[in-house]
Design a protein around this ligand. Structure first.
Ligand code: ZN
Ligand code: ZN
Ligand code: ZN
Ligand code: ZN
Length: 486
């Protein structure tokens, strides 16, 4: 049995797929009572259908929700396929084998022991990316081990986990310091005290039960069941849901639809904790994603707007060198927070447009015809009077196609438009954005896959995040909590 020839690869390549009338793989969103989907190591799989020239194939299939690459998860099953008992048992065994070596409970227990050790005995194995207890030392004696791990270091796991990943040629995927600082400052300026981070890498060993869940953001699956879901619910609904924001930076190769479905479930969870008169309020969200997904994201979340702010990653494959030599990142923040409340740093090249009432890139000039600052990529765009909109500086108006396009396009181009950016003048395979997005996918796939499976509740400015449950904790645990959050 094999997946359709270009099946899963197409899912990966298409990223934002799903424009009607095009070809590719589309997610089948459940309508009516859902039949439970078969499980892969990443939780319930999703139902897909292959679409050719706008027509759906009759036979639909299940594939992994999180992995777009069969190398990462090769689950495949036709919707109508019946599996033998032996096959099902083998699959179950495989799913079990793929779970993390340590359970959440084991992680927490190890963590509690770890922080009670004197500083000189607190060691972290850089090869295995693991906090070590004295019993483990022997096994790691040949490995590079970091000693004297401080509580401050424990509170910044990304910096502990960083060195190993740095060794791989392409593996850096962390926000650059200035983007990190910008985000942290912004969250605190906006008055947020609690942050639900969806997509945090391998943090399980650093956080207590009330601040971390092993979670798959593509199918809203909590690996530790109802208890974990309740932790998330309590976090979102604490203080009647005030002061909380969700921040997420999903892998760029991921499909927008399942993410949107998931985020709507988290929004609904938050909303349950709201009183009736607040029913029109929305859970504040920062969704960090490339700008060419704007139309897809806004289709699912009409209240979302895109910030001009370019989220930088350290040495990321996403980077292109701009004319000024400054690296241009295609990654933006989508949010439902009113844009006039968000100040972008002028020292990084942003200015306030009083007409648009928002901060924009320096070169993003206000167009009086469009009545907006239209640039998406940070460069100056030009107004085309025939198209009645601003277009990228490299484009020219084509009288055959009757719209603006890159100069060397083929005029018999597809009318369906591009799966990636929605432009009409090229197909996905020729999308000027796909090179970026494909490179980015490759570069971040490995980390992001791990990353996509985690969720972390974090407090800003060191505020304790869960006062009510803290009182119920054993003394030892309270101390741990204090270490983390005070
Ligand atoms: Zn899978
Ligand atoms: Zn214009
Ligand atoms: Zn034009
Ligand atoms: Zn043309």
């Amino acid at each position: 049995m094999a997946a359709p020839k270009d099946g899963l690869e197409a899912v990966e390549a298409e990223g934002s797929a799903g424009l009607r009338g095009t070809s590719g793989i589309e997610l089948v969103l459940p309508s009516g009572p859902a039949v439970p989907a078969p499980l892969c190591p990443h939780g319930p799989t999703l139902l897909f259908v292959k679409v050719t020239q706008g027509k759906e194939e009759a036979r639909r299939f299940y594939a992994c929700s999180a992995c777009r690459d069969r190398k990462d998860c090769n689950f495949f099953q036709w919707e109508d396929e019946k599996l033998s008992g032996a096959r099902l048992a083998a699959r179950e065994a495989h799913n079990r084998r793929c779970q993390p070596p340590l359970s959440r409970r084991q992680c927490v227990e190890r963590y509690l022991k770890f922080i009670e050790l004197p500083l000189t005995q607190r060691k972290f194995c850089q090869r295995c990316q693991q906090l070590l207890l004295p019993d483990d030392w022997g096994q790691h004696s040949e490995h590079q081990v970091l000693g004297d791990v401080s509580i401050t270091q424990l509170r910044k796991p990304s910096q502990l986990l960083y060195p190993l990943e740095n060794k791989k040629t392409y593996a850096q995927y962390l926000f650059a310091d200035r983007s990190c600082q910008f985000l942290v400052d912004l969250l605190s300026t906006l008055g947020f005290r609690r942050v639900l981070c969806v997509g945090t890498p391998r943090y399980s060993q650093f956080y207590m039960e009330d601040s971390f869940c092993h979670y798959n953001m593509f199918n809203h699956h909590f690996f530790d069941g109802k208890t974990a879901l309740e932790v998330c619910r309590a976090f979102l609904q604490e203080d009647k849901g005030k002061g909380v924001i969700m921040v997420t930076d999903p892998p760029f190769g991921g499909l927008v639809e399942p993410l949107a479905v998931t985020f709507k479930k988290l929004i609904a969870m938050w909303k349950e904790g709201q009183s009736q008169d607040d029913s029109d309020k929305e859970l504040p969200i920062f969704w960090i994603f490339p700008y060419f997904f704007e139309s897809r994201i806004c289709q699912f979340f009409p209240s979302f707007r895109m910030l001009d702010y370019q989220v930088d990653y350290d040495n990321h494959a996403l980077y292109k060198h701009g004319k000024t030599g400054r690296k241009q990142s295609p990654v933006r923040i989508f949010t439902n927070i009113p844009l006039n409340k968000i100040i972008l740093p002028t020292e990084e090249g942003y200015r306030f447009c009083s007409l648009c009432q928002r901060y924009v890139s320096l070169e993003n000039q206000h167009c009086e015809h469009c009545n907006s600052c239209p640039s998406k990529d940070g460069r100056k765009w030009n107004h085309c009077f025939l198209c009645k909109k601003c277009v990228k500086p490299s484009w020219i108006h084509c009288s055959i196609c009757n719209h603006c396009a890159v100069p060397d396009h083929s005029c018999q181009g597809p009318k369906d438009g591009c799966f990636i950016c929605g432009e009409l003048d090229h197909k996905r395979s020729a999308c000027p954005n796909i090179a970026t997005s494909k490179r980015a996918n490759k570069a971040v796939r490995k980390q992001k896959q791990r990353k996509s499976n985690k969720m972390k509740m974090e407090t800003t400015k060191g505020q304790s995040m869960n006062h009510t449950s803290a009182t119920r904790r054993k003394k030892r645990r309270e101390r741990a909590h204090q270490y983390l959050c005070s």
